[in-house]
Write a protein that binds this ligand. Structure first.
Ligand SMILES: Cc1cc2nc3c(=O)[nH]c(=O)nc-3n(C[C@H](O)[C@H](O)[C@H](O)COP(=O)(O)O)c2cc1C
Length: 195
């Protein structure tokens, strides 16, 4: 069974996390969720959702789900030997980007992502901020050069989305693509131009 880690930080855009976690919970995967305390707070503020309560609800969807403690560095997710294949941080704060770009790993979230980088496994970062400062851009460049996929929360409009759900699914679907999970949650460009 595929072992995947999903991280949540305190950037705006917890809706992307909620949808992605819901879609992953319907897959045959072992899903470990790691949230920063700011991530939980911003999620609750923006969506009214309590992460702990929501994880219980996803539990019935099929996947094996573990809600990790961000302060527990003894977790399996903190070690390369545990065999997690891929990790996504959705949304990824500029603070988390800075920590990762410089190897600072005091929390489980940053340690687990650092493990993905050192093991050269899949790490997908979904940053959300605007405008971006030079330091934000430099940190993204560093992480891209280290092998991470930088997948900004920038939905495309070529599928002519009509609802917020479609915009959210664009990012959730693209993130699943990068995690190596086939999906049809967003409208792919088919090369047909209509006037
Ligand atoms: C309502 C709210 C929205 C925020 N939005 C963003 C954002 O879009 N991007 C970002 O980098 N930080 C944002 N922040 C700031 C982060 O939460 C803050 O930098 C925090 O230290 C990140 O911590 P974490 O990476 O441990 O979750 C926001 C904070 C609040 C309260």
């Amino acid at each position: 069974m595929k072992k995947i880690i999903l991280g949540l930080t305190g950037a705006s855009g917890g809706v992307y996390f909620l949808r992605l976690a819901q879609l992953l919970s319907m897959q045959e995967v072992e899903l470990h969720i790691i949230a920063s305390s700011n991530g939980e707070k911003v999620l609750q503020y923006e969506t009214g959702v309590s992460l702990k309560e929501q994880v219980k609800l996803w539990g019935g969807n099929g996947a094996e789900i573990v809600l990790e403690d961000n302060h527990n560095l003894f977790s399996a997710t903190a070690s390369g030997s545990s065999g997690f294949e891929a990790m996504a941080i959705v949304p990824c704060s500029m603070s988390a980007l800075a920590m990762l770009a410089h190897g600072i790993t005091e929390t489980l979230l940053t340690r687990a992502a650092d493990v993905m980088l050192k093991e050269r496994r899949t790490l997908v970062l979904v940053p959300r901020e605007t405008p971006l400062s030079t330091v934000h851009l430099k940190n993204m460049t560093e992480l891209s050069q280290m092998g991470a996929t930088i997948l900004p929360a920038m939905p495309g409009f070529y599928g002519r989305p009509r609802t917020m759900e479609e915009l959210v699914d664009f990012i959730a679907g693209k993130t699943l693509d990068s995690l190596g999970i086939e999906n049809t949650y967003y409208k792919r460009w088919e090369g047909k131009y209509e006037e």
